[in-house]
Design a binder for this molecule. Structure first.
Ligand SMILES: C[S@@+](CC[C@H](N)C(=O)[O-])C[C@H]1O[C@@H](n2cnc3c(N)ncnc32)[C@H](O)[C@@H]1O
Length: 277
């Protein structure tokens, strides 16, 4: 069988170097078998920066002082899979939690292209019965490209296909003409969410706590246990005493934090919270 020669030389040592670099800057632990994924995602960066080999590209990154290529390198290696109302059991819990509160503040800590924070916003609009509820949602991600898409709030109509028609009308505008096949989040909903870059590994988190809820879903899976532990310990002081922490379906925070207890399926509260609140 004919073997296609690769456009760029990519040695096992280059792969190990990428693994160490993305772990150091984003906490992401890339599995051994991700050679092909790394090659195809970074080959685009090599083309656009005009480097002839991975070795040269990685040398440039190591010597880089503020060209912005570290951000592009990180953006290329994140996995941004998400969906509106993903893990739907969380949203009724969020709605119940908001009941009777004069204001409500949420941090969505790995918001990707925005489907998650907008699902939170829709849930809270419904819970407060208003398109202008007393709600603040800060949505952050390390990846600046997904944040741009999120702030624009434009999606293929396909992505909202399973949403009830009433909900769709309430929260989205349908594109016409050149925008046919697209939907746009209504400005009222967009106003509830502010997007900003934040690296969960970063020293400073420019946030305004305390929060009634933190969403940290399907991002801890990319981190090793010590990193998860550090991040969770930094969440705790940002949470109101009865705040909820929402995790992804395959993430278990009990193994990495003594400060949390399970409130329901992948929903946590502080150990210090009064039972039944
Ligand atoms: C698989 S998506 C999950 C999106 C959404 N939370 C959900 O559950 O649908 C993981 C997101 O985590 C982000 N991410 C990865 N490492 C990060 C870090 N160190 N700090 C902040 N966000 C990070 C990625 O850019 C990506 O958008």
């Amino acid at each position: 069988m004919e073997r296609k020669t690769k456009e760029f030389a990519f040695t096992p040592a280059d792969f190990e170097r990428v693994r160490a670099m993305i772990h150091r800057c984003a906490g992401i632990s890339l599995a051994e078998g991700k050679h092909e994924m790394v090659y195809s995602r970074l080959a685009r960066r090599l083309r656009s920066t005009g480097h002839a080999s991975f070795h040269a590209y990685l040398d440039m990154l190591d010597a880089d002082n503020g060209s912005g290529e570290w951000q592009s390198f990180t953006n290329a290696l994140t996995t941004n899979l998400t969906a509106f109302f993903r893990e739907p059991h969380h949203f009724p819990i969020l709605a119940t939690h908001a009941q009777g509160r004069p204001e409500f503040s949420v941090w969505c800590s790995a918001s990707s292209t925005g489907e998650e924070p907008y699902s939170i916003a829709m849930t809270l609009c419904n819970a407060y019965g208003s398109l202008n509820p007393p709600v603040k949602i800060v949505a952050t991600d390390i990846d600046t490209e997904v944040l741009q898409a999120a702030a624009a709030g434009v999606y293929p109509a396909e992505r909202v296909r399973s949403m009830p028609a009433e909900q769709l009308r309430r929260f989205f505008l349908r594109g016409k003409g050149a925008q046919d096949g697209l939907v746009r989040v209504r400005p009222e909903l967009r106003k509830l969410v502010s997007f900003q870059p934040l690296n969960l590994l970063g020293r400073d988190w420019p946030l305004k706590p305390p929060f009634d809820a933190i969403f940290c879903r399907n991002v801890m899976i990319y981190f090793d246990k010590p990193t998860q532990k550090t991040i969770l310990s930094r969440f705790v002081p940002l949470m109101k005493p009865d705040a909820l922490l929402f995790a992804g379906h395959s993430e278990n925070f009990l193994y990495v934090s003594d400060a949390l207890r399970l409130r329901g399926k992948t929903v946590y509260e502080l150990q210090s919270a009064k039972a039944g609140t």
